[in-house]
Design a protein around this ligand. Structure first.
Ligand SMILES: [Zn+2]
Length: 143
């Protein structure tokens, strides 16, 4: 068994399967998913004028703008709260660029109108909880 064959065996793939993948790639039929279906992914949500903390939160319906408009001269809203939301990836959608190369979407969950992508306040999907935590720290320090 050659060195290459040993590596392929360790990866659980045969040369024939590898060739099949290479042909699929050449024909624009190969996509690499950012995670497995069923994996957990994370988004960050932001709450301005946080309800549990802001004295006027309920009264201004948790609108930081309204809070500042009414009480801004004497009172400052607490800083925004950031939460890490955990989602289970239910799938992806695939479309093509102008040349027909496949583009795979970010993960989402299936709704009535197809895949609904997960959305966070910073527009990012995190595949690693610790990376999301670090991003929250950066946002807290910048707010
Ligand atoms: Zn407030």
């Amino acid at each position: 068994m050659s060195e290459t064959e040993k590596i392929l065996t360790e990866l659980g793939i045969t040369i024939n399967e590898l060739v099949e993948l290479a042909i699929a790639k050449q024909k624009g039929r190969l996509v690499i998913l950012p995670c497995k279906v069923g994996d957990k992914v994370y988004t960050i949500s932001r709450v301005d004028c946080p309800c549990e903390i802001c004295t006027h939160g309920k009264e201004v319906e948790y609108s930081a703008i309204q809070c500042s408009r009414l009480y801004g001269e004497t009172y400052k809203c607490p800083p925004p709260q950031y939460n890490i939301d955990i989602h289970v990836c239910e799938g992806f959608t695939i479309h093509g660029d102008a040349d027909g190369n496949p583009i795979v979407s970010e993960p989402g969950e299936w709704g009535y109108e197809g895949l609904e992508r997960f959305y966070g306040c910073d527009g990012n999907i995190y595949y690693d909880y610790d990376v999301a935590k670090e991003a929250v720290e950066v946002m807290r320090n910048n707010s």
